[in-house]
Ligand binder design. Sequence first.
Ligand SMILES: Nc1ncnc2c1ncn2[C@@H]1O[C@H](COP(=O)(O)OP(=O)(O)O)[C@@H](O)[C@H]1O
Ligand SMILES: [Mg+2]
Length: 275
Amino acid sequence: MGNLLEIRDLSIQFQHHHSIVRAVEQVHLDIKENEILALAGESGSGKTITALSITRLLPPNAKIVSGKMIFSRPIIGMPALSGQARDLLTLKPQIIESIRGKEISYIFQEATASLNPVLTIGKQIQESILLHQRVRVKKNELLNAAVDLLKLVKLPHAEHILRSYPHQLSGGMNQRVIIAMALSSCPKLLIADEPTTSLDVTIGLEIMRMLLELKAKMKFSILFITHNLALVQEFAQRVAIMFRGRIVEQADTKQIFSSPFHPHTRDLIQSIIRL
Ligand SMILES: Nc1ncnc2c1ncn2[C@@H]1O[C@H](COP(=O)(O)OP(=O)(O)O)[C@@H](O)[C@H]1O
Ligand SMILES: [Mg+2]
C-alpha cells in the first residue's frame, strides 16, 4: 500500500511569555492508504498538536517551525497536475479549508461538546452534507441522505434522532452522529483523537468495531490517537509511539507488542498488562 500522507521533520513550538515550549520535534510519520495507524503516548506528548497541525487547526500561539506534509491525493482547486503529491504546509488557507472536513475529517473525544447544543441533530447532519456540495440539493434528497448516514452508523429510529437535540442523546449516540458527519464527504483520512476515551468501555469498543467496518466499506485511512494500548493492539495495523514531542518508535502492531524497542514503549505495555 502506498502512503496517503507523509509527515517529515515536523516541529511545532508554543510561545509562552518569554520562553518557548517545543511541543512537537522532528516528527516523521507515514499514514498508508486504507490502514489504521495508531499514534499512542502519554498525555502531553504532542499527539493532538500533531493531528491539529495537519489541517492548520492549531491554537494561535503555536507555530510550525519546520516540516513537510506530503498528501498523495489530488487537491480540488489546485491546477490539475493529476495525482501529484502536495505539501499541505505550503497550501493557501482557502485550499486547506476545502480539504479540512472533506478529504481529511476529524472526530474528537467529547462528542457532545463537538455538536451545537441549540440545533437539532437533523439540522447539523444536513448542514454537514451541504457544506461540501457543489450542486443544489432538494429538501427531500437532503433528508434521505441524513437518514442514510444515521443508518450507516447504526443509529435506529432515524426520524426520532433527527428531531432530537444533542443533550437528549447519550455520549455514544452523539459520537455516532459525529462519525456520520465526518464521513458524509467520504474523506480519505479520518483523524480520530481519543474517540472513545470519554465513553464506557463496551460502548467504546462498539464504536471502534463500527469504524473498522466503515473503513472496510468506504476505504479510508484512520489516524487513531489514543493512550490506550489495549485498543491499539486490537485495532491498529501499525503504531507510532510518541514521547515528549518525538516519535520514538514506529512499527507493525505485532512487532511493537512482541519486541518493543524503546523503554517508554515497554513502560506503556507494562501499564496495560497491570490493568
Ligand atoms: N494551547 C496551548 N498552549 C500552550 N502550550 C500547549 C497548548 N496545547 C498544548 N501545548 C503544549 O503541547 C504539548 C503537547 O500537547 P498535546 O498535543 O495536546 O498532547 P497530547 O494530545 O499528547 O496529550 C503539551 O505538553 C503542552 O506543553
Ligand atoms: Mg490529546
